[in-house]
Design a protein around this ligand. Sequence first.
Ligand code: XMP
Length: 518
Amino acid sequence: MSHQLVIVLDFGGQYNQLIARRVRECGVYCEVLPYTTPLSELKRRSPIGIIFTGGPDSVYLEDAPHYDPAVFQLGIPILGICYGCQLMAHTLGGRVTEAQNDSAREYGKTVTYYDTSCKLFHALPQQSISWMSHGDYMAQVPEGFALVAHSDACPNVAIADESRGFYGVQFHPEVNHTENGVEMIRNFLYQVCGAAGDWNMGDFCKRTVAQLREQIGPEGRVLLGLSGGVDSSVLAALLAEAVGDRLTCVFVDHGLMRLNEGDEVEQAFSKWNVNFVRVNAEERFLSHLAKVRDPERKRKIIGREFGLVFVDEAMRFGITKQDFFAQGTIYPDVVESGMGGQSAKIKTHHNKALPKKLLRQFKGVLEPMSYLFKDEVRQLGRELGLPEYLISRQPFPGPGLGVRILGSITKEKADILRQADFIYRDEIAKAGLDSQISQYFAVLTDSYSVGVMGDSRTYAYVLALRAVTTDDFMTADWARIPFEVLDRASRRIVNQVRGVNRVVYDVTSKPPATVEWE
Ligand code: XMP
């Protein structure tokens, strides 16, 4: 690897991906590894710094996650956050206990006082708000450490042994509620770890194109699974740069696309100088999905069928075992599918359920963006000169309406949802809100409700509208759409879409919900 690396060692906290994003925002590459990663692996990767994350456990309990104490002998700076701070204190001879009184237990925004002679707080205000979430307390600080921050309730908010480059904070610098939190992370990286700031999209792009050329070889061909969304479009541009016309982009219309989407994708790509193939596979997908209600099974069936269509297409185009399959997997897909760090599996993203037959068909699977966050993918797209309308499109999940039709999927339901979703998107666009909202769509629930239309009773589907704002789709806030816009969308949908008699708006953020309903 030709850039510096920071390792985020994951102890199961809910903001761990956010830590990784903050580090990358500071121009330093980082990866999240589970706390079960052996020390030898950590050493082999030669990180310039290590960050221990938060986590739900109490460090003094027997089955709490610990790490090999020899990590403190590597000469590599370490920043411990919340649980990570307590782990550092516990391992190095301090004492962590359950907070005995409510005042030592801190949750939420807390006025905090910093010692700005400490490198971590260099050039920052002496007093600001930090965001806490801890019920344990460092009753005794380990030898060699100084107290470098306190709050009104707690004397031990941050500790530092500057001679060894060890820092611990009880609060969460990675969340927006902590004022100057990113600057503290930046200080750790630049003042303590000696970061060079060598992570940027221009370099990533050049390096990745060179690596892809080497891996694919002078003759190798690539079949790309293209959905027309941001990720696969950016990957198409990246691969086209690497191998030119040895790339074939296969767009599978599974019958779960939005209204007119298949034609739009075809049009966009026909303007581009790439081999583009459209496969109409509605019947195939819908027949396999018939009567399946479980969201995970639906996702897996969709993932599998995608894979099998790609195998058929590879055979049709004479793409052989010497060639590669590529897909636009990004970091949240990996993490939420339960394949990165300690985080729990939330849902299997369709591209993480490839059938064995596909794996056997190709020499390998290329996923060169699998360590990028969504906003980084967009930057990469700009770097590659992709048109802005493709880069800034709202994301559309690979399984399409399949994760927006609750319960079993039928063509009739897909048609109802397509029409309602189209009206909703139209109203959002007319209100000029489309560039302010990160993602917005309709969901067809599998509930019926009673209504009255033209003096008659109706009994029809409840439709939900969803809209979120987010940078990275790992967390998201529900969008505060003006009532008038919701009103117009609701009235048009109930009047124009047969089968829907009630519209509701989803006011749940992520967490605790996810963006999609399934
Ligand atoms: P969730 O529902 O996981 O969504 O909060 C976060 C973002 O990911 C998209 N998403 C997917 N994209 N394949 C994809 O290509 C999938 O299986 C998948 N599931 C969710 C979702 O639309 C949102 O942008």
